[in-house]
Write a new protein. Sequence first.
Length: 258
Amino acid sequence: MTSPSGSGSFYDDPASVDAYLAHRHAAVTSPNLVMEEPAFTEVVGDLAGLTIIDLGCGDGSFGQTCLAARAARYVGIDSSQPMIDRARDKLSAPNASFTVASLGDAEIEQVLELERARSAEIDLVTARMALHYLGDLSALFASVARALRPGGRLVFSVVHPVVTAPAQPPDGPRTSVEVDDYFVSGPRSRSWFGKPVTWQHRTIEEYIRALTAAGFVVDDLRECAPVEELFQGDTNEYERRRRVPLFLLIAASKPHAP
């Protein structure tokens, strides 16, 4: 959902977390629910019997989905204590656990290794709307590749590069985007619910190259087009969301040994 290392103090402030979550779960006005979530649900597929690690787990909403789908075990990891507190309040089950850890340094490798030792095999690692906060994905992808079983999958979503590219994003509801400095990778400062955050811009090509450098095989790529029936008859909002891609979703798998 959000809040790895690199998101600054935004997700450490309980009031900011509450404001974000109110928007995140706001039906048709939340692009997450009508664009990113249906694509993500389709791509991850059947979760029954899987051991799942969720990076940037936020308030644990995806954990609820996993357990409702009969996942064997769910582990949520987030750097934000307020998010983890909400996740623990929302989801209490013997086969679910939550850990506060940064995704942007060596700490996450230790957490992944510990979970692999506990679970024997990790089937799926997810990261929803978290990795655009990280300046370097190579170490994280390498750690995930080591933790996954052969044939295991990594599925993640990020803010679409056409949105992260501009140095000055538009104010108010977005009906168009001026794409600028697309091939200039690096940090972009943003005001997010009235507070500063830093998103890391990278091209689609860079995401793919980082995955393949870590040994992954890319299985799927989606740009999360809006799903009309989820807009509850709000034609204007549906048409607005068809104008600009907001999300990029990529699925990759760890090859079996030759």
